[in-house]
Design a protein around this ligand. Structure first.
Ligand SMILES: Cc1cc2nc3c(=O)[nH]c(=O)nc-3n(C[C@H](O)[C@H](O)[C@H](O)COP(=O)(O)OP(=O)(O)OC[C@H]3O[C@@H](n4cnc5c(N)ncnc54)[C@H](O)[C@@H]3O)c2cc1C
Length: 411
């Protein structure tokens, strides 16, 4: 393909959302061009544990076998502790008699494996190609332009452009879609540690001042430790020192990391949470983090990326069948996305409201400790395979409050 040709679909970005979209579309027989600004393998700040529900999607994409061949860590569930409260290990509940576990592997490995699979599928992948603008005609996106590593300009045309460029993607800037969530004001600091000690593999969520950590074992003795704090706390401070001190301030983390060393400099993601207005033009869909990001506490970003790719590919396939790439032709995508994710977003918001309030956070853990069925249901929802409606419901609220009352009355 030379720089003036056109194709069926252009995908911007080769992260999980972009690679999955390209794979789904090529499986449906569409010609796809994927443009990625970086050269893989490239790293990405992430908690690096993947909801158990993603297994089915990775399998559908033909990726699970190659991932399993790398012998990745499998985590049994979530181990949560808050403000001095003992850890509570909550295993993922079985699904139809099947044991569930989350995958945990470094993003540098996962993303490269996915993009390799895209190329092997025959999709044209151009790395070192940064998209700098969308081409719009009559309120419809009809292509992209940009520059490659050697500063050579390029432009490509397509019936549909899928922006999978993540939190800094071009569409959010070009179309003014990003809505900063200033109230959240959080920053994430992440680094891998080697020599961590723990008895069983869980995703360890430790909430204490000045913020919370998500710790995922990603290999033998290897631990990925992500700290999330208020952004203003780090102003004027050395990020590495602040991170190390904050991580080791917590006794549970200190115990696990007593003999461990950080194997890299700390990496940051600022302005963690943001919401996004859906585009109001035709010819364009957003997938993955380009659709918004709440907070990594419930760790569903990779699953959401894969699922939004699956939904987008279905809608694009129908648009080709009907030869309608207008806003109306693609509008079903937003409805499907809302239907799929809105309840989970409500749950994430509720949990975020609780974890930053010590009294509420401790109370929640104490109630869950004595009601393992309620705890497992919650973790199944966090793992994206139990419908969020099972927890975001009056029934669950009543069960939770009755459990809390029984606890109070000592019954
Ligand atoms: C601190 C933190 C912890 C997290 N922890 C977890 C977790 O434990 N589990 C989980 O499931 N999720 C987690 N997430 C979320 C997860 O990382 C994201 O949801 C996921 O990476 C989104 O994938 P994506 O493909 O949309 O974007 P990305 O992975 O960001 O990929 C976007 C790609 O697009 C490319 N790109 C961008 N702009 C352009 C352009 N203009 N031209 C060409 N290429 C471009 C980039 O180079 C990049 O390769 C976490 C996120 C953060 C910030």
């Amino acid at each position: 393909m030379n720089h003036t040709e056109s194709t069926d679909v252009i995908v911007i970005g080769g992260g999980p959302a972009g690679s999955a979209t390209a794979l789904y579309l090529s499986m449906k027989g569409h010609r796809v061009l994927l443009l990625e600004q970086a050269h893989f393998p490239r790293d990405k700040v992430c908690g690096e544990f993947i909801s158990p529900a993603a297994d089915d999607l990775l399998d559908e994409l033909g990726l699970l076998e190659s991932i399993e061949a790398l012998s990745p860590q499998r985590l049994l569930g979530v181990s949560i502790a808050a403000y001095g409260e003992d850890e509570l290990n909550i295993d993922y509940p079985d699904l139809s008699g099947q044991k569930m576990a989350s995958l945990s592997l470094p993003r540098i490995t996962l993303d490269a494996l996915m993009l390799d699979a895209v190329e092997q599928k025959g999709v044209k992948v151009l790395q070192g190609h940064k998209v700098t603008d969308l081409i719009l005609q009559n309120d419809q996106v009809v292509g992209v332009e940009g520059r490659d590593d050697r500063k050579n300009p390029f432009s490509f045309k397509a019936k549909v452009v899928v922006d999978a460029g993540g939190r800094n993607c071009i569409s959010l800037r070009r179309l003014g879609l990003r809505q900063e969530n200033v109230a959240q004001g959080k920053i994430a600091l992440a680094a891998h540690w080697s020599g961590a000690e723990f008895s069983q593999p869980y995703c360890f969520m430790h909430i204490s001042r000045p913020g919370y950590t998500g710790m995922a074992p990603v290999g033998p003795g290897q631990m990925n430790v992500v700290l999330v704090v208020d952004q203003h706390l780090i102003h004027g401070k050395n990020a590495d020192e602040f991170y190390r001190q904050s991580v080791l301030k917590n006794p549970l983390r200190r115990k696990m990391l007593a003999n461990a060393t950080m194997t890299e400099k700390v990496r940051l993601v600022e302005s963690l949470a943001y919401s996004v207005k859906p585009p109001s033009c035709g010819g364009l869909l957003l997938v993955g983090d380009a659709t918004g990001f709440m907070d990594p506490f419930t760790g569903e970003g990779i699953f959401l990326s894969l699922k939004s790719a699956q939904l987008a590919a279905g809608v694009i396939d129908r648009a080709f069948a009907e030869d309608n790439f207008s806003f109306a032709g693609l509008s079903q995508y937003e409805n499907l996305r809302q239907k799929e994710f809105s309840k989970k977003f409500v749950l994430s918001k509720i949990l975020q409201g609780m974890i930053y309030r010590p009294i509420l956070a401790r109370w929640m853990i104490r109630v869950l400790r004595e009601n393992i069925t309620l705890a497992q249901k919650l973790v199944g929802v966090i793992g994206d395979y139990v419908p969020a409606a099972k927890v975001v419901s009056l029934t669950y609220l009543v069960q939770f409050l009755s459990a809390a009352c029984r606890r109070l009355l000592g019954k």
